[in-house]
Ligand binder design. Structure first.
Ligand code: NAD
Length: 319
């Protein structure tokens, strides 16, 4: 039986990844600084550890005999635009420490395959209508925020361990990911969850506030597609960074309207000042397509599965 360590298993994407690995027959150890907020982890073992500490990375990786077959590193100090712009020092320090220690000790304990979760935040801002950018075009680098710079550093460090130490490294650059059991309030939630919450809280004909002018364009990938992409990439021969994202792009206002339609509500959008991030995105998926991955969920389908879960959380916490 293959053994996998999943870092960040108390969080959104890694929480779903643990479920996927269990279904695929793995023995799984999850590790996170906190337990999962919304469900009991199906991991065979769950360790609550602060992975900024080198000693804790060693403990997370320790097995009685041998090494983990696969390590999935998704732990990060992470949030939506509000968090990314207000917590630059925390992101640069905390996520870098986690990645420095985890990459090094994964190699030291003899882990043969290591996955790192990067982000399309490594790319520069784009103009509306610009042609697709490929993975190589992240360099020369000019990310819009410190979160992107930290990811670039961690990517390069992991690649150095691949080149110089022989640990096989797989790196995904995720586009925005959404779905049930993701953070939906508290300041770290991302746009799809925040908009679902605002619409769930609004009455019929209500007004919701949207940061910026509503024209910023993004692609949104449903969680099941993302987890499938991680799994396929990890087991592929693809070296270097690989974009994973749904090829459907939408403006923030379009996203809000899709969510309102799923909620069956008429809403009015009021644009207010707030951190927006880049203007536009458009990335090539040809590398991940080359191993047979394709997103299966359109934005409408993914929202139809996500909105009811957030609406239920809103109802429960209000009641
Ligand atoms: P998340 O916040 O739900 O999960 C991250 C987990 O890391 C959290 O459970 C958190 O407690 C844990 N963590 C933070 N600091 C830790 C520490 N010191 N020690 C141990 N655990 C710690 O975020 P997510 O959306 O599931 O993101 C997972 C990964 O994917 C992250 O690396 C993130 O940067 C990347 N990513 C996510 C998206 C997205 O849209 N969700 C997009 C691009 C990249």
């Amino acid at each position: 039986m293959k053994k996998a360590l999943v870092c960040g298993a108390g969080g959104f994407i890694a929480g779903h990844l643990v479920k996927k690995l269990k279904k695929a027959g793995y023995w799984v150890r999850g590790v996170d600084i906190k337990k999962h907020e919304f469900s009991t982890s199906p991991a065979d073992e769950f360790l609550t550890l602060d992975l900024r500490e080198e000693e804790n990375c060693r403990e997370a990786l320790a097995l009685g005999n041998g090494a983990f077959d696969e390590v999935y590193q998704l732990a990060a100090d992470m949030g939506g635009m509000g968090f990314i712009h207000s917590a630059e020092c925390e992101i640069m320090r905390n996520s870098a420490l986690i990645n420095i220690h985890m990459t090094h000790h994964a190699w030291k304990t003899g882990v043969p395959r290591y996955f790192f979760s990067s982000s399309v935040c490594v790319y520069r801002d784009m103009k509306h209508g610009e042609p697709e950018m490929t993975e190589q075009q992240a360099i020369p680098a000019n990310p819009d925020n410190e979160y992107g710079w930290e990811k670039l550093y961690a990517e390069r460090m992991a690649q150095a361990y691949d080149r110089n130490r022989g640990m096989k490294v797989r790196i995904a650059r995720f586009q925005n990911c959404y779905g049930p059991e993701g953070t939906w309030r508290g300041g770290r939630e991302k746009a799809p969850a925040a908009l679902c919450r605002k619409i769930a809280e609004a009455g019929e004909g209500g007004v919701i506030e949207v940061w910026g002018d509503g024209t910023a364009v993004r692609s949104y990938t449903y969680i099941d597609d993302m987890v499938e992409g991680i799994y396929m990439l990890m087991h592929s021969d693809l070296e270097g960074a690989v974009n994973i994202g749904c090829p459907e792009y939408a403006s923030v206002d379009e996203l809000a309207n899709i969510i309102a339609a799923a909620a069956g509500k008429k809403i009015t959008i009021r644009h207010i000042e707030g951190p927006v991030g880049v203007q536009s995105r458009n990335f090539s998926n040809s590398r991940i397509y080359s191993i047979g991955w394709k997103s299966r969920f359109s934005l409408r389908q993914g929202v139809a599965l996500t909105y009811p879960w957030i609406e239920e959380q809103v109802r429960r916490t209000a009641g």
